[in-house]
Design a protein around this ligand. Sequence first.
Ligand SMILES: [Zn+2]
Length: 81
Amino acid sequence: MAFLIDCPNCGRRPRTEYTWGGEEPGIAEPGRDAQDAWYGRAWLRRNASGRQRECWFHAGGCCRWVAVERDTRTNEVHVLD
Ligand SMILES: [Zn+2]
């Protein structure tokens, strides 16, 4: 599944240069302790059909995080400001 992500520092690069950092914001249930909140953020995913906010780490480039909105049906990516 190849697609491109626009890095604000490096320009348009293939997804293979990035590491997926998860959905943003992660799922955290109110009233639960911090450990449970982090578990939810790391492991519980909405896996929504459509546009969702995600974080990607540009490991093959500038080594910075990029916040995007990706359509999970088409992999169309929009960089967030
Ligand atoms: Zn970059």
